[in-house]
Design a protein around this ligand. Sequence first.
Ligand SMILES: Nc1ncnc2c1ncn2[C@@H]1O[C@H](COP(=O)(O)OP(=O)(O)OP(=O)(O)O)[C@@H](O)[C@H]1O
Ligand SMILES: [Mg+2]
Length: 212
Amino acid sequence: MIRLDKVGHHYSSPDGGDVVAIKDVNLSVAAGKFVALKGPSGCGKSTLLLIAGGLLRPTSGDVEIAGVEPYKLSLEERAAFRANTVGFVFQQFHLVPYLDVLDNVLAPSLASGRKDWKRAEALVEQFGLTHRAHHTPSALSTGERQRAAMARALYNEPKVLLADEPTGNLDPENAAIVLKQLVAFADQGGAVLMVTHASDASSVADEIITLG
Ligand SMILES: Nc1ncnc2c1ncn2[C@@H]1O[C@H](COP(=O)(O)OP(=O)(O)OP(=O)(O)O)[C@@H](O)[C@H]1O
Ligand SMILES: [Mg+2]
């Protein structure tokens, strides 16, 4: 479902130098599989995840997501493809600060055009946030924010779910909830790629890839 072939990426720095973030990475995540990505800080895990999610064009190599090569599409086509295919959970949540939980979960409908209040409400309930549905992110605990971000990532029924240290800031109870939802997503045929430092993830992943 996700395939990276000899993918490399370098960032150009303000002083004119180059930072090589990743080099010649081959990776694949089949449908129904949960792959964890580990490695030391700065080895390029977040960079790889952005590339695998169609959010950052690599400087070399080929990328395929659900049978499509996203970087061969126009920017507009790629955004539409992403909206319908990829769910992304960022470490810093990236919830919209002035929208309440329910509206944050509904936000992906702006990109997909599928506005379904019932689905948003069901996701809010699935993540145990019904009593917080009309609170904005600043009024939520860290675990609640991460659960809201997960609910939002699932809204458009993506085929692949990418998560950057989704349990990094969470207490064990919330971490377990998030991991359980990721496992359930894979069990239903989705592909999960998760960056993690935590050892608890090792027990749920089908495969662990170490970078760097
Ligand atoms: N926008 C950017 N411009 C320049 N260099 C960058 C940029 N983003 C990341 N880098 C550099 O690329 C390398 C890989 O960064 P990346 O964020 O992918 O690492 P990481 O493995 O996710 O680290 P961490 O575990 O700390 O989150 C690092 O050396 C980083 O400093
Ligand atoms: Mg990172």
